[in-house]
Design a protein around this ligand. Structure first.
Ligand code: ADP
Length: 410
């Protein structure tokens, strides 16, 4: 049989391969794509990349592709492991071209070509090509594989640097988040404590006589700040529990009109100077939900609207249609810029603001979302900067699985 002569790799192919590697997001994707045009000029059955792990300093497999004759067969066994170690330790190309003359099974005649992957004197690993059976690799093909390994090393190093960079970024973000958390925590605890301490010390002064009205005013401030502190700590504990996946609902059938009237009265009493409007379109009076948790969600959304959309009317529309209970809480405030919307339900997330008076912990919407998720519902928002914000909640009015798990049918 005439020996097949492979054409030397031409300059166009080299150009195509570097372009592919350059544009691929990672070296693995680049190599995967590059193998396709490469196979037309440089025949191999299997290809593998071994990289030296920074932790163990061992070469471990980082990429493997079987095609041609090795596919779905004994490929794994042949994947060049035997030459990885010498290629790396000697920093040399190793070519095992000999084929046993009497061997008829091509899978037992692997030709192996191992090329070190080196970037700026540092050995990153090895690139291994395997071909089952003749013809052997010729010198210009070995040269081609070596040149390709150089390009691949640059791409591997770039990918490793990007991964390292991403890791650094995420550690940095974590440190920043921790710092933000500590400053939020100290602010949310220190502020009310400062008021409580300040006003109680003032009241306790023996050298001053306070009239009843002033004393009452100071006591009201102490009372309000104690409530703030308590509600912050409750939210913190609740959100920590939710993060551990601990939520226990009490699902029961409730009269929706009664529940909405109660919430309306409560909110109007709490915010007498805010224009709060409740409207509803209910095809049925009854729905099953947790009677403390759902009001908690609505109260939170209304309180946020009061806080972040000062002066705006707040419209709450409740509908029950086709078995879906829906609440919309709409304000005409400054809105939430689109770039922050994705994170708005994250624990501790707050939109950066230059209004220090709007203090908060970034826990409220996180808690709302967990409660709605636990009800098998959804909460989302429609907002854009300057256009107000609408939070939309949809819940199954009756969910058998939920009722079985948390109430009603048990
Ligand atoms: P907190 O109010 O304690 O900061 P939340 O989780 O309730 O925490 O809200 C997260 C962030 O979402 C708030 O800090 C605020 O920036 C933004 N936000 C919430 N509701 C509104 C709203 N109705 N209008 C504008 N921004 C809002």
């Amino acid at each position: 049989m005439a020996q097949k002569i492979f054409p030397p790799a031409d300059i166009n192919l080299a150009y195509v391969l570097t372009e592919i590697l350059n544009h691929a997001p990672t070296w693995q994707e680049g190599l995967s794509k590059a193998l396709i045009p490469m196979r037309d000029h440089f025949v191999f059955d299997n290809v593998a990349v071994y990289l030296i792990s920074e932790q163990t300093m061992d070469a471990t497999i980082a990429f493997a592709r079987a095609s041609g004759r090795g596919r779905n067969s004994e490929a794994d066994a042949f994947w060049g492991l035997s030459i990885v170690e010498p290629v790396i330790s000697r920093r040399e190309v190793i070519l095992i071209n000999e084929v046993a003359p009497l061997e008829t099974d091509r899978l037992r005649q692997p030709i192996k070509l191992g090329v070190p992957l080196i970037y700026k004197q540092k050995v990153l690993g090895a690139l291994i090509f395997i071909r089952f059976g003749t013809p052997p690799y010729l010198p210009d093909q070995v040269e081609f594989a070596t040149a390709f390994a150089d390009f691949l090393s640059i791409k591997i190093q770039a990918t490793l640097l990007e991964e390292e960079n991403a890791q650094l970024q995420s550690s940095l973000e974590m440190v920043r988040a921790q710092e933000d958390f500590i400053s939020m925590l100290s602010h949310e605890v220190r502020t009310p404590l400062g008021f409580i301490k300040g006003y109680s010390s003032t009241l306790l002064r023996e050298d001053v006589q306070w009239d009843d009205a002033t004393r009452l005013e100071f006591l009201k401030i102490i009372d309000k700040e104690t409530d703030n502190l308590q509600s912050f700590l409750n939210n913190l504990i609740e959100s920590a529990r939710l993060q551990l996946g601990r939520i226990s609902l009490k699902i029961d059938n409730h009269d929706l009109r009664e529940f909405l009237n109660e919430t309306e009265t409560l909110m109007k009493n709490r915010y007498p100077n805010v224009n709060i409007n409740f409207a509803s379109e209910l095809e049925d009076d009854v729905a099953a939900f947790d009677r403390t948790k759902i009001p908690q969600v609505l109260e939170n959304l209304i309180t946020n609207a009061v806080k972040y959309a000062p002066g705006s009317p707040i419209n709450i529309l409740s509908t029950l249609k086709n078995g879906v209970l829906k609440f919309e809480v709409k304000d005409a405030g400054p809105g939430i810029p689109e770039k922050y919307q994705e994170k708005i339900f994250d624990r501790f997330f707050r939109v950066p603001t230059n209004k220090p008076s709007q203090h908060g912990s970034g826990l409220g919407l996180y808690i709302c979302k967990q409660i709605i998720n636990a009800h098998q519902g959804k909460i989302l928002l429609q907002s854009s900067a300057g256009e107000g914000t609408t939070f939309i909640i949809t819940l199954p009015a009756h969910d058998e699985a939920l009722e079985q798990k948390f109430g009603l049918l048990t």
